[in-house]
Design a protein around this ligand. Sequence first.
Ligand code: NAD
Ligand code: TYD
Length: 366
Amino acid sequence: MNFKRNILITGGAGFIGSHVVRRMVTRYPDYRIINFDKLTYAGNLANLQEVEEAPNYCFVKGDICDFEQVVSVMQQYAVDGVIHLAAESHVDRSIKDPFTFARTNVLGTLTLLEAARRTWKATAEGFAGKRFYHISTDEVYGALELQAERAEAPYGEALFEETTRYNPHSPYSASKASSDHFVRAYHDTYGLPTIVTNCSNNYGPYQFPEKLIPLFIHNIRHRKPLPVYGRGENVRDWLYVEDHAAAIDLIFHQGKLAETYNIGGCNEWRNIDLVRLLVKTVDRLLGNPEGTSDHLITFVTDRAGHDLRYAIDASKLQRELGWQPSLQFEEGIERTVRWYLEHEEWLESITSGEYEKYYEEMYANR
Ligand code: NAD
Ligand code: TYD
């Protein structure tokens, strides 16, 4: 079958990647979607059961750091678009093992860029009609101050804009910042058709349960402590993962080359308030009397270099491409909690064995 487009999605077996793959495979039957993923601890093909038989989907197990393999896949499938999500993504792991983050996030991105440049340059049309879309994070901008609470801007008026100076603090955000710089350098130096987006914290189904929301839902259900770092006063801007996938789809098709777009939920929550909302929601959906799990909230040693506040100004994306988040947070959280409670087998399959050992070690010293 001849496909209209051949799109390589890296990291498609991860949390956000699986939503992007599912969306692209179902919405665009005339595109071939090639999911290229190493299947690290965070990659799980069970996330993609709904589309694994689709005629326009295929999976290739591979490492973005393997130049030969990436070039060979790009040639074999005549790839004309890359949506790059593969990464090491957890801040706490980056503090323990920064080298893996530099390897995958920096060298892996550079490898993909160079593979795309060489492969596309060798085609009859060159870079025409090609697109390399790099998915990044708001954490590259560093941290915002927390200001006195006010009704219009409860945690402060400053927001991350596309022009905000990069100022990463964790090995994770430093590695993502570096990868963003390489992407822009490939545009400016070689003319590679690139786009970068920087998104705020995502939540929703299929997120690996080392991140705050799925971890805490799992722990509440199993009556385990909820380790809140510091005093729980850090603020994050939460976006439902399907809204991020919709933004990626839109920007891949209509975003202007060489541009950066911020994506965010306009939805800031202090960690402790979010944890209380989670506890209340899980208790209600499990049929527990209100307050049953409050005692699980446990304040633990703060994360090193813990960024105080992230908040995104997504007005450029709204103004230029008409995107906005579709879900209210309370509705998104309700949907998310229900999903995890109804997919106990998914959580159990990845919370046993190796991961359980890692998790216990991680918290043994807190
Ligand atoms: P994730 O950790 O859930 O998934 C990462 C995926 O990449 C996994 O499937 C893993 O197997 C794969 N991978 C890792 N190393 C690889 C390699 N060397 N070669 C091939 N595949 C490899 O991550 P996520 O939360 O879905 O994040 C996806 C992207 O979005 C990342 O680039 C991340 O920086 C960015 N991002 C995430 C968030 C968030 O809140 N999760 C917010 C903004 C941006
Ligand atoms: P996380 O989901 O790891 O995302 P990120 O660090 O990329 O923002 O964490 C979200 C917030 O929750 C962050 O401020 C750290 C905090 N947190 C805890 O308090 N306890 C935990 O066990 C985890 C995983 C996170």
